[in-house]
Design a protein around this ligand. Structure first.
Ligand SMILES: Nc1nc2c(c(=O)[nH]1)N[C@@H](CNc1ccc(C(=O)N[C@@H](CCC(=O)N[C@@H](CCC(=O)N[C@@H](CCC(=O)O)C(=O)O)C(=O)O)C(=O)O)cc1)CN2
Ligand code: MET
Ligand SMILES: [Zn+2]
Length: 756
């Protein structure tokens, strides 16, 4: 027997971020392992009961994680790196792999497909010898089954696991070792069956990408073999984040019983053509990656059409609800109209149930849900905030000249004259430690315990301290430290029209870290300056140059939930105009250097290569629109991090920023060769200090990195800076590391000047 309603997975951080607090408490020694596990068990129970109460008849389990599901898969397959093997306690070993420990560097972290979630990248090398550890998945299965749930264990599938892993120590491409994993998966299936699982879900999101050649063929071979296992549960191969294309037909030819497909980003036609007449298809018609309420009529039409082409049909979300907040019920201050347009995870579960109910017993049986969805859709279509004439007129009047600055060499000459910086100028990326005091002040302001004036004074004190610290360390270009920003996107969203900020809409970003993505629902404009007061205040405290600090349009889009009623390119240009207004005001206020961060440039890159150029064109266009309103003398910086830059290297050059600071410390300046290869000739600040680790690098280490940088790029184009902002570090760490960085820069500068 199949099932009719499910989701590929759910969030696990807790509706009130209970897991964040518990895990951080465990790290700080305030909770022991038993107390941590008690919190985890309670969260799993609440989650399970919520899905059952919503009416779902197949409940995903093993989607809980203390840190990350890819790390969980590495543990299950015996693929943790040898450097953590000496840590006896399994939980401490797990956290050491995730975040490092005394003498142990953590696994690398990178973006999970096109989301703002980060996974840990398993390392596969000659020392990796796979071995199965089913303890977690069996325990979570038994826990749910004992509670009477129709539990469906979920694990990462072998193709995705190895496809997202990286080769280390001269080892072969991980996917070349897939045959070693197949017996482990077969054994896993047997154990799951013995523990009572009727179904197992194997997640294979990599099948919606062309990250490797021949993925459909590989999937067919792998799942033909796995499906041949005896004594196994039924297998659901779950794809998400896009159209699985040829892989669906390939899976259709295997013996697996079920296939999950994303129908928000993928096409129903692919499924209809895939020959799935004997499969159960889980149709992901409810968007798991965005917050808009489902058009139930349209979704039901899709499902009804699809039903004729598949063996059995179940309704689901397009991906795990990990990527959306828990519930609208936690939002007290939402605009009533907006509330009607939205569905967070809890509301999505109800949508799934309503659609399945309508499929089974007719739309009339779900009249309340369908009527409400129809009303909300109508209200959204006609809301004046979504079509603001002034914004539209301004966009309509744009010409190519609005996206172009003066010639780069002329700009450089004008800026060198205006700024008079030493060779190898030192700077930071913007944020300084976000201390508990800073966050507490913001909470007090929110709760009315301090006035806006008191808050401003406290932030100005923070800024003064950060300026004094930078002067003492001897940095050349200073920053104000961003204390007033809860988040580099949310801060701007709170001041722009067309956005709503949530009160409790937390989404896991990595490990225990969360973000509250704002909701970009309407036309965007900037009513008043957003940063000018803070920056000019900082500048008033020092004779050194303070650079202005903004977030770019692509990153604002990437880290928000964005309206789905018009092309992203158009929305990006609206945001770009708002940022452009700010750059112009900063310049007018005397700010000579303005940084416009675009760390998420890589994140929105489409998963299929055919779609990439169009994206890069509009993304670069939006950035240039945001930065081209200033004179040649004004120096525009940008900053990129958190990604493999190879696929966007041309676009980085096309941004045409005067100075690009870019994450480079962990990869030993690799990116500079890539930039050279495409003839990049503007200034660049390759990071010499990996800020993601609590480890403090010494001056020698940074000198080595700097030497590597100077071997790749002539000194007159090189800046010296950390990899990224310092907000997650402590003041002690930052002081020590930046002091060493300035020392390294001075030494290198002396050498450059001596040889000139
Ligand atoms: N949006 C976004 N995406 C991003 C990044 C980013 O900076 N922003 N960077 C990368 C990911 N890196 C990240 C690094 C750090 C944090 C992070 O530290 N998040 C904080 C929350 C940040 C925040 O919004 N803080 C608010 C609210 C803080 C808060 O939780 N306050 C407490 C009370 C205050 C207290 O006692 O601490 C509460 O409301 O309960 C503020 O400062 O105002 C956390 O999980 O703890 C998140 C992502 C990629 N994606
Ligand atoms: C994730 S990129 C961060 C850039 C920002 N200016 C900061 O320093 O925090
Ligand atoms: Zn960064």
């Amino acid at each position: 027997m199949g099932f009719t309603t499910t989701v590929p997975g759910t969030a696990r951080i807790g509706a009130d971020r209970e897991l964040k607090r518990a895990v951080e408490g465990y790290w700080a020694g305030l909770l022991d392992a038993t107390e941590l596990e008690a919190v985890a068990e309670q969260l799993r129970r609440t989650d399970r009961e919520q899905l059952i109460a919503a009416g779902l008849d197949s409940i995903p389990v093993n989607t809980f994680s203390y840190y990350d599901q890819m790390l969980d898969a590495a543990v299950m397959l015996g693929a943790l790196p040898p450097r953590v093997a000496g840590i006896a306690d399994p939980l401490d070993r797990y956290f050491a792999a995730a975040r490092g420990a005394e003498g142990v560097t953590p696994l690398e972290m990178t973006k999970w497909f096109d989301t703002n979630y980060h996974y840990l990248v398993p390392e596969i090398g000659p020392a990796t010898s796979f071995a199965l550890d089913t303890s977690k998945v069996l325990a979570e299965l038994a826990e749910a089954t004992d509670a009477g749930a129709a539990a469906r264990p979920v694990v990462i599938g072998p193709v995705t696991f190895l496809g997202l892993s990286k080769a280390v120590d001269g080892g072969a491409q991980p996917l070349s070792r897939i045959d070693e994993l197949l017996p482990l998966y077969e054994q896993l299936l047997t154990e799951l069956a013995t523990t009572g699982a009727q179904w197992v879900q194997l997640d294979e999101p990599i099948l919606v990408t062309d990250a490797h050649d021949g993925l459909p063929e590989l999937a067919e071979r792998v799942y033909t073999r796995i499906a041949g296992a005896t004594d196994r549960p039924k297998i659901l191969v779950q794809t998400y984040f896009g159209d699985a294309g040829a892989a669906l037909a390939a899976l259709g030819r295997t013996g697996v019983e079920g296939i999950g497909a994303d129908l928000v980003e993928g096409s129903v036609e692919t499924i209809k053509a895939a020959g799935l007449g004997d499969k159960l298809v889980v149709a992901g018609v409810v968007d798991g990656h965005n917050v808009w309420r489902t058009d139930l009529d349209a979704a039901l039409a899709t499902l009804t059409d699809l039903r004729e082409h598949v063996g059995e049909l179940a309704v689901g979300t397009s991906c795990s609800t990990l990527h959306v907040p828990y519930t609208l019920a936690a939002e007290d201050d939402l605009d009533p109209a907006l509330r009607g347009w939205l569905a967070f995870a809890a509301e999505k579960f109800d949508e799934v149930a309503a659609l399945a109910g309508a499929l089974a017993a007719g739309r009339e049986s779900q009249a309340t849900a369908f009527d409400a969805a129809r009303d909300a859709l109508a209200s959204r279509a006609t809301d004046p905030r979504l079509h603001v004439a002034a914004v539209r007129d301004r966009l309509g009047a744009l010409t190519a000249a609005d996206r172009a600055r003066g010639e780069a060499t002329a700009r450089r000459a004008a800026q060198h004259e205006a700024l008079a910086l030493p060779p190898l100028p030192t700077t930071t990326i913007g944020s300084f430690p976000q201390t508990g005091d800073i966050r507490k002040a913001r909470q007090q302001l929110r709760q009315g315990q301090i006035t806006a004036e008191q808050y401003r004074e406290q932030m100005e004190t923070e800024i003064a301290e950060v300026i004094a610290l930078q002067e003492q360390i001897g940095l050349d270009v200073l920053v104000h430290g961003e204390p007033e920003r809860n988040d580099m996107v949310q801060y701007f969203a709170e001041q722009l029209t067309g956005f709503f900020a949530t009160a409790n809409g937390w989404v896991q970003s990595y490990g225990s870290r969360c973000v509250r993505p704002p909701i970009l629902f309407g036309d965007v404009a900037r009513p008043t300056p957003m940063t000018v007061g803070w920056i000019t205040h900082a500048q008033s405290l020092t004779g050194k140059i303070v650079k202005g600090m903004l977030t770019g349009p692509v990153t604002i889009l990437a880290w928000s939930f964005v309206r789905d009623d018009q092309p992203l390119a158009q929305t990006a240009d609206q945001v770009a105009l708002a940022i452009r207004d700010e750059t112009v005001d900063l310049e007018r206020a005397g700010v000579g250097i303005i940084q416009v961060d675009e760390p998420a440039l890589r994140e929105l890159l489409p998963l299929r290569s055919a779609d990439r150029q169009a994206y890069l064109d509009w993304a670069v266009g939006a950035f240039k629109l945001s930065t081209s309103g200033v004179a040649d003398e004004t120096q525009i910086h940008t900053h990129l991090c958190y990604s493999e830059f190879g696929d966007v290297i041309g676009a980085i050059a096309d941004l045409d920023a005067d100075v690009t600071s870019i994450e480079a410390a962990r990869s030993h300046m690799e990116v500079l060769d890539d930039l050279n290869a495409i003839g990049f000739s503007n200034e660049v600040g390759p990071g010499v200090y990996d800020i993601h680790s609590p480890r403090i690098p010494g001056a020698e280490e940074m000198t080595t990195l700097l030497r590597e940088a100077l071997a790749a790029v002539p000194a007159e184009r090189v800046w010296v800076n950390p990899d990224c902002g310092l907000k997650t570090r402590t003041t002690e760490q930052v002081t020590a590391a930046l002091t060493a960085m300035v020392e390294a820069a001075k030494a290198a500068r002396a050498q450059v000047e001596a040889s000139a």
